[in-house]
Ligand binder design. Structure first.
Ligand code: PEP
Ligand code: MN
Length: 339
């Protein structure tokens, strides 16, 4: 249950409201940044009857509240003038890891030439083995930013730890929270306090409701710019790296106002399956794609198996652009063009 408070609620009125909820033994959270009171379990609304200071009450049966479509119909925000939201689609591409200046500038030039507006690349990599390539750190972030500035791109890159937030605030346009950190609730809560979009990837074994609750951690702090990213879940079958859950896309859209993009690279783990799953995701209604590409996939320092070559990606782009009118979501539209 979400109680939207009146915009200029008097402190005394708010105090009375909170005192009443406490008296009724209702467990609630007052979200000062959003002027809301969220009650985890719905209470009989008649308890609140006749009370001052209330603008609206939304009864939401699910455990997640602010990410629910029962609370808000759609999300829309801009990143460097480009529309992101439940009625739009965006394309994000780039290597798994930032490896060198040459690799990133070549990629950025290629993306710009193909009309892509978002470059991805990890500078701090979550690797299963501590001995694997773990990224170039802040030098990688600087390379991304320089290339993005030169080619008018926005940067999507992963935040691994709160200690790196200042760097990400400076060098990124969208902060990626990876699968392994989806359940890092203290990190998520901190991202609720910032003014920067967050792309929240699905935990590798997260249920839809757990994923939306993770989004609520960010939303409840006041940051409303959240994008979900389906990246596949662990399965019993070693044939594929992950099981790309295409059904999660329309399912999320029936449950939440948040945009959801698909990552068929991690979703399949194999470059040859990325294109079909990318197209399937767009047809299923995704609000965009994130695809790993590399100037020389066989030499990629991480996730080389799933990296598409520039040529293969260009072919995929042609197919995606053919779908644009059918999916009825403008891709990387400026706000004016989307009206
Ligand atoms: C990535 O995007 O490179 C990544 C590490 O993804 P995930 O968190 O989905 O494994
Ligand atoms: Mn990767």
């Amino acid at each position: 249950m979400v109680i939207t408070l009146q915009q200029h609620i008097q402190p005394e009125t708010l105090h009375q409201l909170k005192a009443l909820l406490t008296l009724k033994q209702v467990n609630f959270s007052y979200l000062e940044n959003r002027n809301l009171i969220v009650i985890e379990k719905s209470v009989d609304p008649s308890v609140l009857e006749g009370l001052d200071g209330i603008e609206r009450i939304d009864l939401i049966a699910s455990p997640y509240q602010l990410s629910s479509i029962k609370f808000k119909k759609e999300t829309h925000f801009l990143v460097n003038g480009i529309s992101i939201g439940s009625r739009f689609a965006n394309l994000i591409a780039g290597p798994c890891s930032v490896e060198s200046e040459k690799q990133i500038f070549e990629t950025a030039e290629f993306l710009a030439k193909n009309g892509i507006r978002f470059i991805r690349g990890g500078a701090y990599k979550p690797r299963t083995s501590p001995y694997a390539f773990r990224g170039l750190g802040v030098d990688g972030l600087k390379i991304l930013k320089e290339a993005a500035t030169k080619y008018n791109l926005s940067v999507v890159t992963e935040l691994m730890d709160l200690s790196l937030l200042d760097q990400l605030m400076e060098y990124s346009d969208i902060i990626q929270i990876g699968s392994r950190n989806m359940s890092n609730f203290y990190l998520l809560a901190e991202l609720g306090k910032i003014d920067k979009p967050v792309m929240l990837k699905r935990g590798m074994s997260a249920r839809i409701s757990e994923w939306l609750l993770a989004a609520d951690y960010i939303l409840s702090g006041g940051n409303e710019k959240v994008i979900l990213c389906e990246r596949g879940v662990r399965s019993f079958d070693p044939e594929v790296r992950n099981l790309m859950d295409v059904a999660a896309i329309p399912m999320i859209q029936s449950l939440s106002h948040l945009p959801i993009i698909a990552d068929p690279s991690h979703g399949t783990g194999s470059a040859k399956f990325v294109a079909p799953l990318a197209l399937a995701s767009m047809v299923a209604g995704a609000n965009g794609l994130m695809v790993e590409i590399h100037p020389d996939p066989s030499k990629a320092l991480s996730d080389s198996q799933q990296a598409m070559s520039f040529e293969a990606f260009e072919n995929l782009l042609q197919d995606i652009r053919k779908l644009e009118s059918a999916i009825q979501k403008p891709i990387d539209a400026t706000y004016e063009a989307a009206q």
